[in-house]
Ligand binder design. Structure first.
Ligand code: ACO
Length: 326
């Protein structure tokens, strides 16, 4: 019986438009030096006006399907992680289903902010192991630029757009060796978008006061992030029955290079095993991990049998980590 899961294809898509730190210097009171030293970001990608989250996700999905050698019609489930859906409803998963022609697939979104890809993977694992779904597309896609306050230097220098995807199938061997998820709702106010939901429906006032933009208390999050990421990562390693030195590649959520470095140090993973994309893509929320995973696979940084640690935290707060034997 194939009761385990395996990732058999990865894909990613980054919009063409590059926004550099020097471009941002012209928009807000900041500097290339500050952004590079405090975050590790040099440039990021920004979606075109006509591109919605599903458009980015569709490209990433098609690339993952191509690598897997699976046609859209074979897909029986599409799960999309995003905090920037095309609309409140229908789900972004339904738009992607239509775009790729996956007419035999069920489709829904999961929302766990920057931890969304790992929450999505855990959801898919349960559904595939349950035996009902055999060829699943997991997509994380974000257009954070569309909910960015371009006058807030505390957030606009960090946020960016991009999508990553993977195809998951059942397998005899155990590849997802361990995973854990967590949440702490009492810290929800550190990273959120106040308006547009039932608590504060859209109005002229909410638009005027920029309540449809992402709000973040960066330095409060920073301290929690390092601790939570390190704890989740260490738990995943322990539950996989391995040691930190067994990890071939560490792919943390790309929110800040200083957070990633501190977290790797706490776990006991050397810096040269940390896979970094933040310098060129910034923070794309749920998408950072699958984008990095796809790049690592395509660059040959991940080989069959390698042990990979994925580790994320984000709004909610939410967090999660997993160890995969590739
Ligand atoms: N350019 C120049 N100066 C700035 C900027 C900027 N863009 N932003 C803040 N500053 C200033 C502040 O005003 C402050 O000045 P002061 O000392 O005169 O008051 C100084 O820089 C230090 O500000 P801090 O907020 O303490 O800077 P910090 O070193 O904490 O870096 C940052 C800020 C980059 C936001 C960091 O706190 C961080 O990365 N936090 C975590 C963010 C995160 O991980 N979020 C979760 C994920 S978000 C998501 O994924 C969608």
């Amino acid at each position: 019986m194939n009761t385990e899961i395996r990732i058999v294809g990865t894909g990613s898509y980054l919009p063409e438009k590059v926004l550099t730190n020097f471009d941002l210097e012209k928009i807000v009171d900041t500097s290339d030096k500050w952004i590079r030293e405090r975050t590790g970001i040099k440039e990021r990608r920004i979606a075109a006006e006509y591109q919605a989250t599903s458009d980015l996700g569709t490209e990433a999905a098609l690339r993952a399907l191509k690598m897997a050698g699976i046609s859209p019609a074979e897909i029986d489930l599409i799960v999309v992680s995003t905090i920037t859906p095309d609309m409140f409803f229908p789900s972004t998963a339904c738009f992607i289903q239509k775009n790729i022609g996956a007419k035999n697939a069920a489709a829904f979104d999961v929302m766990a902010a920057c931890s969304g890809f790992l929450y999505g993977l855990a959801t898919v694992e349960g559904l595939v192991r349950g035996g009902r779904y055999k060829k699943v597309l997991l997509v994380a896609s974000e257009t954070l630029s569309k909910i960015t306050d371009w006058e807030d230097r505390g957030t606009c220098v960090l946020l960016a757009d991009g999508a990553g995807a993977c195809v998951v199938v059942p397998d005899k061997e155990k590849h997802l060796l361990s995973y854990n998820l967590g949440a702490s709702g009492e810290f929800g106010h550190l990273l959120y978008m106040p308006a547009g939901g039932s608590r504060l429906p859209a109005s002229v006032e909410t638009v005027k006061n920029k309540k449809h933009c992402l709000k973040m208390k960066g330095n409060e999050l920073f301290k929690i992030a390092v601790r939570v990421l390190a704890e989740a990562g260490m738990k995943a390693i322990q539950e996989a029955g391995i040691k930190p030195e067994d990890i071939s590649l560490f792919i943390p959520h790309q929110a800040n290079w200083r957070i990633m470095k501190a977290c790797a140090r706490r776990i006991g993973i050397p810096e040269d095993k940390v896979f970094i994309t933040i310098h060129k893509y910034g923070n794309t929320s749920a998408s950072t991990i699958p984008i990095a995973l796809d790049e690592a696979v395509r660059e040959g940084r991940i080989k069959e049998g390698d042990l990979i640690l994925l580790d994320a935290f984000g709004g909610g707060l939410t967090w999660g980590a997993c160890v995969i034997r590739w």
